[in-house]
Design a protein around this ligand. Structure first.
Ligand code: SAM
Length: 259
């Protein structure tokens, strides 16, 4: 089957399976198999495509595209992605942007990422602020193993430890976190069911981290509708200059403060 035929067939099957972006996903899968990018597919439409069926069947079963591809882009990095950790989301890039802005002007900042997962935030920060000392902690040994593989593959020197904010130590310039903040998986996209539940479902972590962190600056990713509540929590914990930043979709997504 050539790429043109493969694309048409894959798009139809993914649409029937309820995938939100069937054309784009079909393009990603076929580009991956041809060793090119989606934008590079145009001149390759007559090329033979082999090995599509197992990947397509996984995506049809609503496994996240990033797990099927085994890698995903985040900021300037390509990270290995699998079911050991959450797929890095585009909105988390806004969190990294605010973290970088907050760390500007601090020499060799000491940065802690609570809930490091695949390593996305910690590794992007180290990549874009090479002078920073970046530590990532997580309660999941599986996620930490993936973060370590990513750090080695990318040659980025971040310290990764099992634990939470309470055991992470003191004296941070900046604590950054995208903690689990969803009430329940019920009614959400089936893709979320493939990701570790402890990476998604959780409540009260923003407050726990804000209270326990010995940090001059904190910056959090929050769920839709949570920004005002988390901003109030930061104020109650003694943080000033509390600011909310929307993500690229216009949803209030990042809350920060300083003390
Ligand atoms: C939403 S994921 C974020 C992963 C990654 N930082 C990212 O943004 O893609 C949350 C992570 O926090 C971890 N986690 C959950 N509870 C935690 C806690 N109390 N302390 C530290 N990490 C925790 C989970 O294992 C998961 O890896």
């Amino acid at each position: 089957m050539n790429a043109r035929e493969a694309l048409a067939g894959a798009e139809a099957r993914l649409a029937a399976a309820g995938v939100e972006t069937p054309r784009a996903d079909a393009e990603w899968l076929i580009a991956h198999l041809l060793g090119t990018t989606r934008s590079g597919l145009g001149p390759r439409l007559e090329d033979q495509v082999d090995g599509l069926e197992p990947l397509l069947a996984r995506r049809e079963a609503r496994e996240p595209l990033a797990y099927v591809l085994g890698e995903w882009g985040f900021r300037r990095l390509t990270l290995k992605t699998d079911a050991r950790a959450l797929v890095p989301r585009p909105e988390t890039e806004t969190l990294v942007e605010r973290a970088l802005a907050l760390a500007q002007g601090i020499e060799r900042p000491r940065i802690l990422d609570v809930g490091v997962g695949s390593g996305a935030i910690a590794l992007a920060l180290k990549d874009e602020r090479p002078d920073a000392h970046v530590v990532g902690v997580d309660v999941s040994t599986a996620a930490l193993a993936l973060a370590r593989e990513n750090a080695v593959a990318l040659g980025l020197d971040v310290e990764l430890r099992e634990g939470d904010v309470a055991s992470a130590g003191d004296g941070w310039d900046l604590v950054v976190s995208n903690p689990p903040y969803v009430d329940t998986l019920r009614g959400l996209q089936p893709e979320l069911g493939f990701e570790p539940e402890q990476a998604i479902v959780g409540a009260g972590l923003h407050e726990e981290i804000a209270r326990a962190a010995d940090a001059r600056l904190v910056v959090f990713e929050v769920g839709a509708g949570q920004a005002q509540g988390v901003a109030r929590v930061l104020e109650a914990c003694g943080y000033g200059d509390v600011r909310i930043t929307p993500d690229l979709a216009g949803i209030d997504r990042v809350v920060e403060g300083r003390r």
